[in-house]
Design a protein around this ligand. Structure first.
Ligand code: EPZ
Length: 419
């Protein structure tokens, strides 16, 4: 397994190209199964999760034509509802997003329950509730979700008790093929949900209200050949913004969209970081002292849970204390003990972490546990004195395209050690 060797203490300066959003690309690849007409996706990030999802849809009979490292044409004209097994879903939980499109297109689906993951139990009950509302019968047989809708799905009113990105996407995709109109109440508002709606509309679907808590989806879609350009990855952009802040440097984040980053931008300004629109994206600069700021993670447009670990690393370098509350997932502080190995002063109390900044970070051996925790350790290592070795960087490659190369180009002393 590859490792990263980082020697900290260098301010990052330069330009970083922000790739397409992983979490927008994944449902859009799954959505291709809905339509017998080709869908071309551009600006896909070249990360392993995308390759995994493309493999999975190919196993469903979708013809995958790679146009470049960042573009693909998906032709589901001859797709079929094969089972998505436990090994696949264990490998990448997001393959559960196949459930909606396969149910919508074929009226039956067999997809493994995902089981838990490093950041929490991550149930899929809201996905199943949405499909049941649309008239499907859902059974669990031997760890498999078995969905049946022999007469097809029927439009319905789906009310989510709490917003869920994935469940909103499942409901929206399935509803495009239901008979009649579907209303989704308390829908997730993330930009990735909005981009999926835009992709589906480009394919011929009729969807209103994307980006609000209430969606209206017409059923019985007549699909057409489509092409969609995936939005830039706001979490990658936020990660590099924090990289500039934690090293006291200045970065240009080309293609980044400030409107997708308002919560993190406000917090970083309060920390003492300057952010402004540049010619090709966002400029981020940190030259003065960093102040401790409290945050609570929330569904969009609140502070994103996917930037919580990265922000915790930053707060280790701030003067003063920061209280970090994680309200989206129940076990998303796995990075804290690893940060403590670098000398961070963090006290965990349930869903809150108190970070006392100011202590110097010193390089050590650390272990990555999930995608965002691993990039948090990279950020801390960039600011630590001496050398840090980060193990299990395959987590990083799932969601960050050429992270070590991008950082090296901005002055970081970072090397990938191939096992
Ligand atoms: C998506 O996961 C993202 N993944 C996650 O990014 C992100 O952290 C999360 O949204 C929140 O923004 C993709 O888009 C592929 P949720 P998702 O359903 O859809 C609970 C990353 O690092 N819940 O909005 O699974 C759930 O346990 C990943 O890129 C249920 O209880 O998130 C969580 O507590 C990590 N039942 C909360 O809702 C359900 O049926 C929000 O989860 C579904 C979710």
């Amino acid at each position: 397994m590859d490792r990263l060797k980082i020697t900290g203490g260098r301010a990052l300066n330069g330009s970083v190209a922000i790739a397409g959003a992983k979490n927008a690309s994944l449902p859009q690849i799954a959505a291709a199964i809905l339509s017998p007409e080709p869908l071309t996706l551009t600006n896909l990030p070249a990360v392993t999760d995308i390759a995994t999802m493309l493999d999975v849809v190919a196993r469903h009979g979708v013809a995958v034509t790679r146009l470049s490292d960042h573009a693909v044409t998906l032709d589901a004209g001859r797709a079929d509802p094969v089972e998505t097994g436990y090994d696949t879903v264990r490998r990448m939980r997001a393959t559960v997003l196949l459930l909606g499109p396969v149910m919508g297109r074929f009226g039956r689906a067999r997809v493994s329950l995902p089981g838990g993951c490093a950041i929490g139990a991550r149930p899929v009950d809201l996905h199943l509730k949405a499909l049941a509302s649309l008239g499907a019968t859902i059974d669990i047989e031997g760890g498999m979700i078995v969905g049946e809708a022999p007469g097809g799905l029927k439009g319905a009113r789906i009310v989510f008790g709490s917003p869920s990105v994935g469940a909103t996407e499942t409901a929206m995709m399935a509803a495009t093929m239901a008979a009649g109109e579907t209303e989704i109440v308390n829908a997730a508002r993330e930009p990735e949900v909005v981009d999926l709606a835009a992709c589906l509309i480009g394919m011929g679907a009729r969807i209103e209200g994307a980006g609000t808590h209430r969606l209206l989806i017409a059923g019985g879609t007549h699909w057409k050949t489509a092409r969609h350009d995936v939005i830039p990855d706001r979490i990658e952009a936020g990660t590099y913004a924090i990289a500039a802040a934690i090293t006291g440097g200045t970065l240009e984040l080309s293609h980044a969209r400030l409107e997708h980053l308002s919560a993190i931008a406000q917090v970083l300004e309060a920390v003492g970081v300057s952010i402004w629109p540049g010619d090709r994206g966002l400029m981020v600069s940190a030259c003065g002292p960093l102040r401790g700021v409290d945050i609570t993670t929330e569904p969009y447009p609140g502070f994103p849970t996917d930037l919580q670990a990265q922000f915790m690393a930053l707060m280790c370098r701030a003067e003063g204390a920061s209280m970090i509350r994680e309200t989206v997932f129940e076990n998303r502080f796995m990075h804290a003990p690893e940060l403590m190995r670098l000398g961070a002063n963090i006290t965990l109390q349930g869903t809150s972490a108190l970070v006392r900044g100011g202590a110097p970070l010193r390089g050590a051996q650390v272990m990555a546990t999930d995608l965002r925790a691993s990039v948090c350790l990279v950020l801390a290592a960039l600011a630590a004195e001496g050398e840090t070795i980060i193990n299990r960087v395959y987590h990083l490659d799932r969601g960050y395209e050429q992270l070590d190369l991008k950082l090296r180009r901005c002055g970081a002393l970072i090397e990938r050690l191939k096992d």
